[in-house]
Design a protein around this ligand. Sequence first.
Ligand code: FAD
Length: 397
Amino acid sequence: MNYIIIGNGVAGVTVARSLIQKAPPGSKVLQFTTEPYGYYSRPKLPQFLGDKTQSPEDLMIYTKDWYNESKIDFHPNEKIHSINRKEKKVVSEKGEYDYDKLLLAQGASCACPPIPGLELEHAYTLRTLADAITIRNQLELSQSAVIIGGGLLGIENAIACAKHGLKTTIIEFFPHMLPRQLDPEGSKIFTELLAKYGVGIITSAQVKEILGDSVVESIQLKDGRLIPADIVMTCTGIKPRIALAKKAGLDVNRGVVVNDYLETSDPNIFAVGDMAEHEGRVYGIIPPTTEQSRVVVENLISPRSREYHGSRMSTTLKVADLFLTSIGYDANQADYQFIKYINDESNEYMKIFHEDDKIKAIILLGTKKGIPQLRKMFEEPLSHNQKKLEELFPGIA
Ligand SMILES: Cc1cc2nc3c(=O)[nH]c(=O)nc-3n(C[C@H](O)[C@H](O)[C@H](O)COP(=O)(O)OP(=O)(O)OC[C@H]3O[C@@H](n4cnc5c(N)ncnc54)[C@H](O)[C@@H]3O)c2cc1C
């Protein structure tokens, strides 16, 4: 059996690693990436950006030797530009390769709003290690930065810029920070905690234009405000890489549409991770990507043997001393009933949103206390957990 995997992010690597162990003897696994590296951790890129002592090697999880030793036929720096579904081949500039089963794990790029000036020098997005190296070099030469988008990535990147001593401002479209992770009350506390990192925040604001001759000089907001900046980073969500699938005639929407077996509209081609759309959802984070990858391996080996029924969103901010975990929350849940715990001295805040004795979402701020126990509580009625909650968060009500 010939398996081809397009992509070497967490989806591609999780599947490749499992296939070489589980696939029938004699199977071949070919893996392609447009990047020059083995597998590295994308979530560690913001930290790399803020810490000039880190080298690219510090981020590597699998070097090229690992692929050789694992008998994965690894093709770095090789972009697949078309899929011939009739002949079951993928095509790059370097050659054509036959597949029996093909996995698309191409991830996403940044979804930038149509802001004039994004093409200027020193206007960046962060997706790859190569991006991070370029941006970090430029941070060393800069005095001020504007981050467009106050989501998790925007905040992590802003703190990285502040660590280099840059005057840093986040521009957020919504009236409060992290609307997808925090309710308004939690967001207010979070914004106060963020202040100690010296990052400025402007909410309810939209960028009109990035100004400069050939290089970024300032940011003009729609309300007329002008913010000087040497660097702009846009962190406004993701755009699944669907072009290759679309060209091959597969069903696409926002992402490449997959069914419960993670098959695309061609049963020999599967898609997982940031590029896949299941039941109308594109997740864009690692936990659903690994869940999908585990399921798809089974179906690649034995057709339609395992179903995927969606994942619960769970995000964590990775900034030292600024703990935030949000599980299952989306802005629609702000109206649900809740119980909460606040400790003003330790700056801890915890809120559980519930409906019909079922936990719908949990927000935890300023502490990592009880995360594994809290995750398990989703599986049981809230009333069964009152005692445990009281032990963890005395006075919760
Ligand atoms: C800076 C940053 C920080 C993040 N932090 C977190 C976090 O803290 N927690 C979290 O859960 N998620 C985080 N994410 C999101 C997480 O990294 C993604 O959900 C995850 O990487 C998705 O994995 P993937 O394998 O689907 O795609 P990707 O990791 O994007 O990998 C896509 C792969 O496909 C390859 N490719 C694309 N097109 C082609 C082609 N035509 N031919 C050959 N190869 C191709 C690319 O070269 C790449 O190897 C972060 C993302 C970024 C960018």
